[in-house]
Structures are given as structure tokens and as C-alpha cells.
Design a protein around this ligand. Structure first.
Ligand code: C5P
Length: 232
């Protein structure tokens, strides 16, 4: 069910990020912080954005041995973010360890999502480099089922996969979907895109939108248009 629009804050430093967020006078959008910004600025940028009242999806895509991921997730849970993620390829044992690490002493925790196969990996690369010879959509669904079995809250996937994921893992299992563009907008390097309204129809729970908002002349207006189209 369409829940919220998350803005991908793909900026290289704190200055540009905070200047961008200053342009939202009336609302406090849910924002995504990725590796570029986090590795440049560290936990301080997370605290600064949280202190301004935004919800945060910390998109660091963890993938390591279960013990290391459990400890890393414990560090992230202290940052008071709302959503974090990891690679489902790390196995169920790693995902279960991540959940343990993420859960705070009071029982609360951020939502935990799994990345299935990156959209930059195609079937040829899976077959020839990773020696996975099943069709891509089967692999994505199998990874999603593993994530659900491990107790995760959902997956990051294409809006075009959201329906299948819900069918396989249940309606409450979240689909967080990038690859969203306005019908009259520039696609950039995204190939298979959908509009916010179409993402809602396809069953996305959250859409992640970067450049259509960050590069807009009036980002707050573009954000509002996205929210209107997605939430209906
Ligand atoms: O600017 P744009 O709307 O394309 O940004 C989409 C965001 O979602 C970026 O931060 C990108 O890294 C991320 N993402 C994606 N496709 C995936 C996973 C994440 O575009 N499969």
C-alpha cells in the first residue's frame, strides 16, 4: 500500500545536502542517505538530518559474515534511523544476525530491507560470472522469500516486481522501489522506469526518488507532485 515518498539524497557532502533540505519550508520528507554521503561525512550527517526531524533510510547494503553484520547493525541501530538494508545474498544466517544486532534493548528497531539482485546485474552476468543459471525474476523472488523467512520487513526492488513479491511474501512484506520518473521527465540512466501513480497501481509501498526531485528547479514542488501522484 502506497505509504511514502523517499528522496534519495545523492550528494557528495553535508553542505550540499543541508542546503537542499533547507528548500523544504513546509514539510519534512523521508530521505535516503547512501554510501557516497555516509562515507564522506560519517554518522554526524545522520544525526544532523535526524535532528531536523526527517525520517532516514540508511542505504549501506551490508554484506559480510553474520557476526560482523550483527555488530555493524548494532552500531547503526544507535543512530536512530528508520530503515536500513543489506544484501540478501549474504544468506539467511546473515539476515537473522542482522535482525538481532538491529534490535534495541527496548525491543524497537529500524525496518530492515534486503537488496535482491542489483538492477546493474543482468542475467548474462549472473550466469557467466556468478554461475547462477536461473532466470533473474526467479532469483529475485527466491531471495525475497529468504528475506521474509529470516524475518525481514521487505525488499528493495523494481515497481515492476512489487506485485510478484507481495504474492510470494504477503501483502505486509514491504516493497521499496526506485526507478521512478514523471511521465514528462528525463529518464537519466534508469532504463525501466514507472511514474509515481503507476508505482502505486503496481503495489509499491515506498518509492525512492532522486534526480526528478534533487535536480528540479523547485524541489519542494516536485516532491509535492510526487506525493500527490503516489498517495493518490
Ligand atoms: O536519481 P534516481 O531517482 O535515479 O535515484 C534512485 C536512487 O535509488 C539512487 O540512490 C540509486 O542508487 C537507488 N537505487 C536504484 N536502483 C536500485 C537500487 C537503488 O536506482 N536497484
Amino acid at each position: 500500500m502506497a505509504t511514502d515518498v523517499i528522496i534519495a539524497c545523492d550528494f557528495p557532502n553535508a553542505g550540499e545536502t543541508l542546503a537542499f533540505l533547507d528548500r523544504f519550508a513546509e514539510e519534512k520528507p523521508f530521505v535516503k542517505i547512501g554510501m557516497e554521503l555516509f562515507y564522506a561525512e560519517g554518522p554526524a550527517i545522520v544525526r544532523a538530518i535526524k535532528a531536523r526531524g526527517h525520517k532516514i533510510f540508511l542505504d549501506l547494503k551490508l554484506h559480510d559474515i553474520p557476526n560482523t553484520v550483527e555488530k555493524a547493525m548494532a552500531s547503526l541501530s544507535a543512530l536512530d534511523v528508520d530503515m536500513v538494508n543489506l544484501h540478501a545474498a549474504g544468506t539467511r544466517a546473515m539476515m537473522e544476525a542482522a535482525l538481532r544486532g538491529l534490535t534495541r534493548p527496548d525491543g524497537t528497531r529500524p525496518l530492515l530491507l534486503a537488496v535482491t539482485q542489483l538492477t546493474s546485474t543482468d542475467e548474462a552476468a549472473m550466469r557467466e560470472e556468478l554461475l547462477i543459471d536461473r532466470p533473474l525474476d526467479k532469483v529475485v523472488l527466491s531471495y525475497a522469500r529468504n528475506a521474509a523467512a529470516a524475518g525481514l520487513d521487505g525488499v528493495v526492488c523494481s515497481p515492476l516486481e512489487a506485485g510478484k513479491v507481495h504474492k510470494a511474501c504477503g501483502p505486509a512484506f514491504l516493497t521499496v522501489t526506485p526507478g521512478v520518473r514523471f511521465a514528462d521527465g528525463d529518464k537519466g540512466d534508469q532504463k525501466r522506469v514507472t511514474t509515481p501513480a503507476r508505482a502505486r497501481e503496481l503495489g509499491s509501498d515506498y518509492i525512492v526518488v532522486g534526480r526528478p526531485i534533487t535536480k528540479a528547479e523547485d524541489p519542494a514542488a516536485a516532491y509535492r507532485r510526487c506525493v500527490r501522484d503516489f498517495l493518490g
